[in-house]
Design a protein around this ligand. Structure first.
Ligand SMILES: [Zn+2]
Length: 699
């Protein structure tokens, strides 16, 4: 956190200095002789001003929120989030979704040929997109591209085309004749210049140990800063070829497989990378410096060996080798837990870069160092983020919540129970450090909000962890596999994930997503308990931290302990002041709320006199149930003298709660499908008092 904040302060200071410098240049320039220069300067000045304003507002917000998280045990995680957030921070652009002007064609393929000198902040090259026309009367084609880049030529079937750059991020190309709907066509755009970019930009030139490096990082809105693209989240390119020409002292890293490196003479070399999987525009990336390169072999679950290709600074080679070797085990773990590694015909890899911490470029994550958490997080994005990409920035948790949770799963799998517990308590501390905030990004124009560590990362990961608790491991992981297979190589939104979870589990999750995805805040529970002979009553109360959610319907885990024994019960808490009878075969000494940290919640336990009457049936004739025995459901009928509401509980022969509910009408039915056959006790309580307690047989 400290290192991250320092970088940020330097960034803001640099931006402010640039702004002052530009004002100085404008004021001291001969206006009549320098009009074109001033136009560019003003444009840059305005960009800088907007950025600086945003930087300061972001800084203040960040600093304020930083205060609330100080003291968390989860510093390494906060560091990852901070680095990812800063890496994305500069990329504010009002264009949040796809440009409608680019909706009339489907991108099929790109060939990129770039010349890069990592010592110079510039790009020069040609992009050749292949596209399928989707509408009639297709006479022009538009791309998202910064107008600070200079177009050298646009060629179509050997013909030079005319074009204009009417907007800050619009390239409009006039076609000499209409291209028919359904046709596949292509054109080549040659361009050069210095892309717009701030201190953490989409296109960055920097140094490490005195050696120059140049890298790109486009998420979320920055691809258009350096290549002609569709900048939104609707149209993945089906495949790409990337050729980078640079000085022979350097190596270029990119997406896919390295097909060849060719000596071109004049101390120049070309590196040709080929990627034959669909890719979102923000995941196309290059990095160029004096990399040392080595490969770790990864034995995948299908028995084949795939390379993990690592491009690292020579000065960090030893550290890198330790970190990437560990990450081989993580890749094998994810590969067996979900669906196969999505790009297994090519590679996974790492390219070291100077700032930003980590970015999950497809098949080649860019990382600042080789720490366990960072590598596990970026690798997880290959499934959640790259293969299945969030379909809107408001759903960034489908990338970041998942990557964070998967990193947590590696703590559970590899790092021991304490590390896993620390991971969970770190996330809960982060989530509950502020009363409000939803997982859904309520302001997708704010990069800081999109990449909120507390909401998109921590709370997003806990949204998943709580689903795992609700559904159980089998159904949870099965549903995720179904989601990944369905949305493979495409985009997804939250409702699509929800429908896979629902169809796999048979549970209606509307209320859950209403509370935990759209809603803000978290519950604080008070668990009261009392014991009389063999019966223990547990009462659950909860207070929501935010008015957007009045009540969080959740299964609440509570552990009873005593006489060297323990009983973990799962209380389906769907109403306020709900009382649950539990029948442990020991004298209860302590009660623990959520001992395994399944819930993003706070809980306190108190011993309280809640046995309002004796445990004997007070008026057994007031309720009848039928049929008994029952198969999938039975009915409850209460006579005229009885009053509602009441709570009911089905207890199995082990004393565990099999099902429970709450009724407000005098006739109702209880669904017992899915329960195993046998004897159950059906207990109805009113204000903590037992008004019915009889056996029922499930056939
Ligand atoms: Zn991430």
């Amino acid at each position: 956190m400290a290192q991250c904040m320092l970088h940020f302060i330097i960034y803001v200071a640099t931006e402010t200095y640039c702004m002052v410098l530009f004002i100085y240049i404008i004021l001291t320039t001969n206006i009549y002789g320098q009009i074109s220069y001033i136009c560019v300067t003003i444009k840059m000045f305005m960009k800088q001003s907007i950025r600086t304003f945003l930087s300061w507002s972001v800084f203040l917000t960040f600093f304020m929120s930083g205060l609330t998280v100080v003291g968390q045990t989860d510093e390494a995680f906060e560091d990852i989030v901070c680095k990812e957030t800063n890496a994305h921070r500069h990329l504010f652009n009002p264009m949040l979704r796809s440009n409608l002007l680019t909706a009339n064609y489907d991108l099929k393929y790109y060939r990129f040929e770039w010349e890069i000198d990592p010592a110079i902040y510039a790009i020069k090259g040609t992009a050749t997109p292949y596209f399928k026309v989707l509408e009639n009367d297709f006479k022009e084609i538009n791309f998202d591209l910064s107008n600070l880049l200079i177009i050298d030529s646009i060629m179509w079937h050997g013909q030079k085309l005319s074009f204009s750059q009417p907007g800050v991020y619009q390239l409009n190309i006039q076609l000499p004749s209409v291209i028919n709907k359904g046709s596949l066509d292509s054109l080549s755009i040659s361009y050069h210049g210095s892309p717009p970019s701030g201190g953490f930009g989409s296109f960055i030139q920097d140094n490490h140990s005195g050696e120059p490096i140049l890298w790109t990082l486009s998420e979320p809105f920055g691809a258009q800063d350096w290549w002609p693209c569709k900048n939104g989240l609707e149209d993945k390119i089906d495949s790409i070829d990337v050729t980078v020409i640079t000085d022979e002292r350097y190596r270029a890293a990119s997406n896919g497989s390295l097909i060849n490196e060719v000596n071109l003479g004049n101390q120049k070399k070309s590196y040709h990378w080929r990627h034959r999987y669909a890719i979102a525009s923000y995941l196309v990336a290059i990095a160029v410096t004096n990399y040392a390169v080595y490969t770790d072999d990864v034995l995948l679950s299908d028995g084949k060996v795939m390379p993990m290709v690592n491009y690292v600074y020579p000065e960090n080679l030893n550290d890198a080798k330790v970190g990437t070797k560990d990450n081989v085990s993580v890749l094998q773990f994810y590969d067996s837990l979900f669906v196969d590694y999505p790009f297994k015909k090519e590679k996974y890899g790492h390219a070291q870069f100077g700032w930003g911490g980590g970015m999950e470029h497809q098949t080649m994550s860019f990382v600042i160092n080789f720490g366990w958490g960072l590598l596990a997080h970026e690798l997880a994005h290959q499934w959640f983020g790259d293969m299945v990409t969030c379909g809107a920035w408001e759903d960034i948790w489908l990338n970041e919540g998942f990557a964070t949770y998967l990193e947590g799963l590696t703590q559970e799998r590899f790092r021991g129970p304490n590390a896993w517990k620390n991971w969970k308590s770190g996330k809960i501390n982060s989530i509950t450090s502020n009363a409000g905030g939803s997982v859904r990004v309520d302001d997708p124009s704010s990069v800081n909000r999109i990449f909120s560590g507390r909401l998109s990362y921590s709370k997003g990961s806990y949204l998943l962890h709580m689903l795992r608790w609700k559904l159980g491991d089998d159904l949870f992981f099965k549903a995720l596999r179904s989601y990944l297979n369905d949305r493979k190589y495409g985009y997804a939104v939250t409702s699509q994930l929800q429908s896979h979870l629902e169809s796999t589990s048979g549970q209606d999750l509307d209320e859950y997503f209403k509370d935990w995805y759209f809603g803000q805040g978290y519950p604080t529970y008070t668990v009261s308990w009392d014991q009389e002979s063999n019966r223990t009553l547990i009462k659950l109360n909860q207070i929501s931290s935010h008015p957007s959610v009045s009540f969080f319907e959740m299964p609440v885990p509570v552990k009873l302990k005593g006489e060297g024994k323990e009983l973990l019960v799962r209380l389906d808490n769907d109403n306020p002041d709900q009382i649950f009878p539990v029948y442990p075969d020991f004298k209860v000494e302590t009660v623990e709320f959520d001992p395994d940290l399944w819930l993003a919640a706070i809980g306190t336990v108190i011993k309280e006199d809640i046995l309002l009457s004796s445990s004997s049936d007070s008026n057994p004739e007031s309720i009848s149930i039928y049929p008994n025995p029952a198969t999938d459901l039975f009915f409850i009928k209460m006579n005229d003298n009885a009053s509602v509401p009441v709570t009911w509980t089905l207890i199995d022969t082990n004393g565990k709660i099999a099902r429970n509910g709450y009724i407000t009408t005098k006739t109702d039915k209880v669904n017992i499908s899915g329960l195993s056959s046998g004897l159950y006790r059906f207990i109805v309580l009113q204000n903590g008092k037992t008004i019915y307690n009889k056996s029922i047989v499930k056939m």
